[in-house]
Design a binder for this molecule. Structure first.
Ligand code: 13P
Ligand code: SF4
Length: 309
């Protein structure tokens, strides 16, 4: 827990630097509590695009900060820890993905936003878990569709929409960790609890979920549903916001198979208030991007924003 003075110092530095703090729902609660804007991947991309601040301190992971730079290149984009990566993004190297793409005749590539700028540049359109169905509904019917890099979200979309897609074999190390066995036990113990899950979870778990949605959809559902108790199968950081916005609800974090804190994203959790202060103070680490790559990655991102309006 940080002292009041440390938080005041950070906020004062932020004001002096004319910076905005954007934070994903999976950040530690102390970061969520001081952020100017908290959201899911889609909300954060929109917030990054529209900010007038001189610099963006992006408290999330690397691909999100890259997205901010792609959409708003005249702002300085700072990230508290450059090592904050993502297993989905890391599991889809551009050379291998380009070779995979070559196996198809004129494919239409939909990439989940959890990928590098290089993968975005190889894509026709980007989606997030919030707008994935909407984006897929606009995809041409006469071209083979490739969906990358999350096979779980891709599989969920295939089942839900009936559209055929070839899936890149990637997954999120956090959302794959939940124990179906322990969750079934929890549902027996709490028969009045609803299982809600992020579509990055594996199909065997999604089969048991009463509600499936993106981070922000899960949050909205907890707030608006008449149900009182929820087993939450996504990264544990969201529970802070759920509890804050729906204080009377009982939230049970879905347990991982092993006895570990694997329901917390180790990359998201690299960011700390101290690293945020240092990043603003030194203006490092800063995210830079080659302009040619930025322009190629911008096209599918802008199409996503247009199609999700
Ligand atoms: P959303 O914020 O779009 O739900 O994505 C979840 C996630 O895994 C971000 O890394
Ligand atoms: Fe990537 Fe999963 Fe962490 Fe999200 S939770 S940043 S998808 S590893």
């Amino acid at each position: 827990m940080k002292s009041h003075t440390q938080i005041e110092d950070l906020l004062e530095l932020k004001r002096r630097k004319n910076a905005v703090i954007l934070a994903h729902y999976y950040q530690d609660s102390d970061i969520q509590d001081i952020a100017d804007f908290i959201g899911d991947s889609l909300d954060l991309a929109r917030a990054a695009k529209s900010t007038n601040a001189d610099r963006i301190l992006f408290c999330g992971v690397h691909f999100m900060a890259e997205g901010a730079k792609i959409l708003n290149p005249s702002r300085q984009v700072l990230i508290p820890d450059l090592k904050a990566g993502c297993s989905l993004s890391d599991g889809c190297p551009p050379d291998k993905f380009a070779a995979f793409k070559k196996q198809f005749d004129n494919p239409f590539v939909i990439s989940y936003i959890n990928c590098s700028a290089e993968i975005k540049a190889l894509s026709d359109v980007i989606c997030t878990s919030t707008n994935a169905e909407k984006i897929l509904s606009r995809a041409p019917k006469d071209r083979p569709i490739i969906f990358a890099p999350d096979k779980n979200l891709g599989g969920y979309l295939k089942k839900k929409t009936g559209r055929d897609m070839s899936l890149w074999n990637g997954s999120c190390m956090v959302h794959e960790t939940f124990s179906r066995r322990k969750i079934i036990d929890l549902k027996t113990e709490y028969p009045d609890a609803e299982l809600i899950a992020h579509p990055e979870c594996v199909e065997e778990l999604l089969k048991h979920a009463e509600f499936i949605g993106s981070t922000s959809a899960l949050l909205k559902h907890v707030i608006s549903s008449p149900v009182k108790k929820f087993i939450v199968a996504t990264e544990a950081g969201i529970l802070h916001q759920m509890q804050k916005q729906a204080p009377t609800k009982i939230l049970i974090p879905a347990p991982p198979e092993a006895s570990c804190a694997c329901n917390e994203c180790p990359y998201m959790k690299l960011n700390t208030l101290d690293k945020m202060y240092a990043a603003l103070d030194t203006e490092k680490p800063e995210l830079f991007m080659n302009e040619d790559l930025r322009l190629r990655a911008l096209k599918p991102l802008e199409l996503m924003l247009e199609w999700s309006n």
